[in-house]
Design a binder for this molecule. Structure first.
Ligand SMILES: CSC[C@H]1O[C@H](OP(=O)(O)O)[C@H](O)[C@@H]1O
Length: 346
């Protein structure tokens, strides 16, 4: 891949600014944890695994900012850093997974010096990023076994290298199938209102020469009904114990249309996206974002100011619409309650 989503460099965090794509490939440098939190909230960086990495690196930055004479003061301030990270976005469980993993490392080093704790947190954040890349490649390998030669794959939103530490989950499956010479084509939903498909997925696929067609969200059913789509592959932000999956708004509609047209619908996600504490998807918190994301494009109003607006950023696809869930440890289908726990090693 010819871009880097996020990187720890010289005790700062470097991120590609995803709000400026596809027109400009700009990298921002963050030297304090609060600006990393703002970058997550403002979707400079977005995508479940990517915001897990960003939160971890933000906490590592925060630990270096803390001025403390005692361990008690350090850990009290570190808790505050973690709480600020946790308030950035509510749906992607990877954010909280990353925060908890960093907390565990800090606790495990409580007996060490503050600088040793800071160093351990920095190394853990870098490790999380490096691991995510390997995880995505493994998701790709497993997922590619489901993709027939010459398939046309519909994807929604961006579950690509930009949504992870690189390579992607849904786009990881697509990349792996392409690299295996399966001669695949992609239909990418533009994904209103934030246009992750038009701005980010299309950018990734064009850069790599993977054949892709951009469609507006309301065209997905048309092409499915005409027999032009072989299968659908999407990412995820939180997967409940029974397989119900939260993903970008519009995913549920794609899944129902796929079921109606007898098209396999796959979710590609790392184990860190599982939330087995939730029995089903009804408890998954759904982020509601600012109305301007719906009424404006690039700052230009496309709706009158007086109109009321709703902007849920995610929806939940019931497990019955999901053909299989592709993880880095294998493909889960059928009895999700059993299969997901097994995949998680429980
Ligand atoms: C690799 S999962 C990415 C997942 O996150 C996206 O949401 P957002 O762009 O709001 O962070 C979308 O749901 C993707 O499927």
């Amino acid at each position: 891949m010819s871009f880097r989503t996020i990187e720890w460099r010289d005790n700062a965090v470097i991120m590609i600014d995803q709000t400026r794509l596809p027109g400009e490939e700009v990298y921002n440098t963050y030297e304090d944890f609060k600006s990393v939190a703002e970058a997550i909230k403002g979707m400079i960086i977005r995508g479940a695994p990517a915001i897990g990495v960003a939160a971890a690196m933000g906490i590592a930055l925060g630990a270096r900012e803390i001025i403390a004479d005692t361990h008690e003061s350090f850990f009290r301030q570190l808790e505050n850093v973690c709480e600020i990270m946790a308030r950035t976005r509510p749906t992607a469980v990877n954010l909280f997974w990353g925060i908890e993993r960093m907390k565990r490392v800090a606790e495990a080093h409580r007996g060490k010096s503050l600088d040793q704790i800071r160093e351990a947190l920095k190394k853990e954040a870098i490790r999380i990023e490096e691991e995510d890349l390997t995880i995505c490649r493994n998701i790709g390998k497993w997922g590619a076994t489901l993709i027939p030669q010459g398939a046309t794959i519909l994807t929604h939103c961006n579950a690509g290298g930009l949504a992870t530490a690189g390579y992607g989950t849904a786009l990881g499956v697509i990349r792996a199938a392409h690299e295996a010479g399966k001669d695949i084509k992609v239909f990418a939903d533009e994904t209103r209102p934030w246009l992750q498909g038009a701005r980010l997925t299309a950018w990734e696929l064009v850069k790599e020469g993977i054949p892709a067609t951009l469609i507006s969200d309301n065209m997905a059913g048309f092409f499915m009904n005409r027999g032009e789509i072989t299968c659908c592959v999407v990412g995820a932000d939180r997967i409940a114990a029974n397989g119900d999956t939260a993903n970008k708004i519009g995913t549920y509609s794609v899944a129902v249309l796929a079921k109606e047209n007898n098209i396999p619908f796959y979710v590609a996600a790392p184990i860190s996206t599982l939330d087995l504490s939730l029995a089903d998807g009804s408890q998954i918190p759904i982020e509601e974002r600012h109305r301007d994301e719906v009424t404006h494009i690039k700052g230009i109003a496309i709706a009158p100011a007086g109109i009321s607006v709703r902007n849920p950023a995610f929806d939940v696809t019931p497990a019955r619409y999901i053909t299989a869930i592709i993880t880095e440890r294998g493909i889960v289908s059928g009895d999700y309650l059993f299969g997901l726990r097994k995949a998680a090693g429980i």
